[in-house]
Design a protein around this ligand. Sequence first.
Ligand code: URA
Length: 244
Amino acid sequence: MSIDARRAEYLRTIGIDLWVPRPGPVPGGAARCAGELPQAPQPAGARPPGPAGDAEAWQRLRAEVLGCTRCALHQSRTQAVLGVGPARCDWMVIGEAPGAEEDRRGEPFVGRAGKLLDAMLRAIGLSREANVYIANILKSRPPGNRDPRPEEVQACLPYLHRQIELVQPRLLLAVGRIAAQNLLGTDEPLGRLRGRVHRFGERNVPLVVTYHPAYLLRSPADKRKAWEDLKFAREALARSLTGS
Ligand code: URA
């Protein structure tokens, strides 16, 4: 199947049947990788892993998170869920917290919402196996999937900051109100945070906000808006890579 046919299929999966191919290379892809790994064709946004010390830093972080008792959620979780994806890449998706399936399997976004997220990401050439790192604000499941409490977010955020330092993403995609508001330190509604390029942290990483895939499962009419957000994020990354 051709790449365009595959994209059309992913878009149909997420409920969108329109695909307009963009001219030129995929932002963050060939041009960037060509300088770094001339002989190795890489998926867009993939990057070589960081320096050797990073592997150790990841191991330490994983061990710390898996054994974390900083908030009461450690008492009810099955296991903590750190994140998934390449050790270093251009795209990083940030959700809210593990749900029941994630708590059971130890990986973020593996339930129904995760399947939709994967399909949306695939439609712009991204996958957790190749070129996007996926994490959550909270590493432990809140019972009954209630909203995270401020003290839980405060306890857990340093882990996410460490992940961002290690992955060195060039674009953050916050999915859902909880992720967006906590990353941006605002209580503005999600609708007002969409469609803008925010900046995150000392490195001013571009941050784009979109709907949570669990919300899109309940409100499929908004899938088209989420697709617009993804294209907007892709353009924001392209602009940031070219400095335009
Ligand atoms: N929802 C989230 O925000 N994160 C997950 O990992 C799963 C569902």
